[in-house]
Design a protein around this ligand. Structure first.
Ligand code: 4AD
Ligand code: MG
Length: 479
């Protein structure tokens, strides 16, 4: 018999018909005459209840069925009275595809901590929480492509191995085929990169932006959606060494156009989740509320679905860095030195505690901060007339802090060149980027959305390690 997925089976109303389902056992419970198996195949968060009537043959097989086992069940669809769903399956034949020894299988039908599940990342897809996150992650990937496709953007694959440092922050992983036990040296005693695979130093990209700009200066509107790598040694709940970034880049867009697009995209993704992932969102919302049960009322976060709607319904606040510094300097936690990093004055880099204060306490909605000091931003950002600030924009979200970083780009050759020189960026790694400012240069802008931070926001998960299947963080490369 052809397999019916659980999601479809749960929507059927042709009671009395026989179907086949396959999946993994979540729970098994029984009374004297009948046993109930909750079967899940990942097509939905909801389980199909399998009803097994006791008879000698079923008794034998039931003894071998435990949480985690894989089954193929032929059965009759029937209307359900007892279970949460309207449909259940009265088993006719049960085949065990793969057993799971209850003395060894680590996932039991009880609540496991997220920390424990991180160590069982090979199995955590089989929990409600992680399968819900995986389905939402998929929906968001699809929605990103849909959003850009509907607006005439072209998706560009930018390289993963590069010879340049797009952000200039020096947080790159080196890529080499040299024998590290026996590194070839030049006469001056330096590493002889001529003998390395590419004949020069190479690293994993921190951003597809620079190559994205080259494409935008011909195709007008492009976006990348690829893996990016950062060797920053920060063990926080918002940093990964390997994460996915969405980077649109648009010719003829100034910073205002850029902000409009960023806000439109974020709202589109949230709307898509509300329209397509409601079962999973409801589950995650309940999970969060259970987790926060013991917190004081004022410390609890807004209910997940309400929070998503709230962001949809309110325009983001748009504020300059200089205004934000004024607000922060005058704020209570700064005056009382309750911030870990107290803001001393203009020029300070903002930490996530400051970003969250602005969003959660002051403006009470997402904030786009613009016009940061040049000194704390990347070399490619357009310099303002004031000689101090650049046309940067960061989008700040509740609970997350910075979710998007972007800017209008410096399109003036001389200004860009002098910035590259001033920062000591090797010109030979940037000549191609500079040339686009020599030939048909135009105003253009773009930004990068950290995909995992977006998934954190949509799912309400507190730790970024729980929204990517196999997180890469310092000292952690299992799976
Ligand atoms: O602000 P960032 O560094 O900007 C860029 O890389 C630009 N090239 C983007 C552009 O203009 N095209 O990074 C962009 C976003 C951040 O706002 C954050 O959401 C995310 O990427 N991000 C990280 N996410 C997880 N782990 C990390 N280590 C991250 N670093 C940045
Ligand atoms: Mg940034």
């Amino acid at each position: 018999m052809k397999r019916t997925e659980v999601k479809e089976a749960l929507q059927r109303t042709d009671f009395g018909n026989e179907i086949n389902v396959k999946g993994w056992v979540r729970t098994k419970r029984g009374s004297k005459n009948v046993a109930f198996i909750a079967l899940n195949d990942g097509s939905t968060i909801n389980n199909l209840q399998i009803v097994v009537e006791m008879n000698p043959e079923n008794d034998k097989i039931l003894d071998r069925i435990h949480t985690g086992a894989a089954l193929s069940v032929d059965g009759t669809l029937q209307e359900s009275v007892g279970s949460k769903q309207n449909v259940e399956l009265l088993a006719n034949t049960i085949e065990i595809l793969g057993e799971a020894d209850p003395n060894e299988y680590p996932l039991q039908p009880k609540k496991h901590s997220l920390e424990f599940l991180r160590e069982k990342a090979h199995l955590r897809f089989r929990t409600n929480t992680f399968s819900a996150i995986a389905r939402i992650r998929h929906a968001m990937i699809f929605a990103v492509h849909k959003f850009f496709n509907e607006r005439g953007f072209y998706n560009i694959h930018t390289p993963i191995i590069t010879g340049s440092d797009a952000e200039g922050a020096g947080e790159m992983f080196q890529v080499t085929t040299l024998d590290l036990e026996n590194v070839p040296k030049t006469e001056e005693g330096k590493v002889d990169y001529k003998q390395d695979f590419f004949g020069k130093p190479a690293n994993l990209t921190v951003s597809g932006q620079l190559e994205g700009e080259l494409a935008a200066l011909a195709l007008s509107k492009i976006y990348t959606f690829g893996p990016t790598f950062r060797a920053e040694n920060s063990n926080t709940s918002r940093h990964l060494a390997e994460f996915w970034m969405i980077e649109p880049e648009m010719a003829f867009y100034d910073l205002d156009d850029n902000m409009d697009l960023a806000e439109e995209m974020l709202k589109y993704l949230i709307q898509y989740a509300l329209d397509n992932c409601m079962d999973d969102l409801k589950f995650l919302s309940k999970r969060l509320q259970d987790e926060e049960k013991n917190k004081k009322a004022e410390e609890r976060s807004m209910e997940l679905i309400e929070k998503l709607r709230f962001v949809l319904e309110n325009p983001f606040a748009r504020v300059t860095y200089t205004e934000a510094i004024d607000i922060l300097m005058r704020s209570k936690p700064n005056k009382k030195k309750r911030f870990q990093y107290v803001i001393e004055g203009w020029g300070a880099d903002l930490q996530s505690e400051h970003e969250r204060y602005l969003v959660e306490k002051h403006f009470k909605r997402p904030v786009i901060l613009t016009d940061y000091p040049a000194g704390i931003k990347a070399f490619y950002m357009k310099q303002n007339e004031d000689g101090k600030t650049v046309r940067a924009m960061d989008v700040l979200f509740p609970q997350i802090g910075e979710i998007i970083g972007g800017s209008q780009r410096e399109d003036n050759y001389d200004k860009l060149y002098s910035r590259i020189k001033a920062l000591g960026i090797p010109e030979e790694s940037m000549w191609w980027y500079l040339e686009t400012r020599k030939f048909g240069s135009v105003p253009h802008s773009g930004f990068g959305l950290g995909f995992e931070r977006m998934i954190q926001f949509v799912t309400g998960m507190g730790n970024i390690r729980d929204v990517i299947p196999f997180p890469r963080t310092p000292q952690n490369l299992e799976f």
